[in-house]
Design a protein. Sequence first.
Length: 181
Amino acid sequence: MPSIKIITAHLELIPATGELLRADMEAKQSLAEKLDAEVSEKHWPPEQWKDALEEFLVRTERYPDITGWLSWYWVLNDPGQRSLIGCGGFTGASFNGQVEIGYSVLEPFQRRGYGAEAVSALVNWAFAHNFIQNIYAVTFPENTASVRLLEKCGFEYAGKGLEKGTIRFLLPRDKWMLIKN
């Protein structure tokens, strides 16, 4: 599969391939070399990433064409600073025209707009695939930063999530096309 990346104003989003996921499991220095970016000893990996890492590696190795439909590494690509600042992506390939998006921005890089920049870029990437009709996200209502990020990216409250205490947000393709234009 050809290498894909998403470049935004401040970020380079790099899909989690088997090679990158193995490097991430081995050592931060190995991942830093593969990404050509600084990887924080103190902040990497985010808590939820630890739980998903091995599962994503198994799925990526079993189904190489799933690259892009799982997580992406978010690298800050500002002059003089190339740092891994977070990760996010999808929970897998489309099911009935829908994908779920999730994300995590490392604490030192929060509240700077990078999360919205990355999520918007991933939404654009997903909707570039005509079979995607809806993107949804699940969060906890008390996670106000996450709720604000989703609303900023055009997602709307869509009721309770399946996991106890969560809420669901939805972004239909037709709404995204209106926002984008």
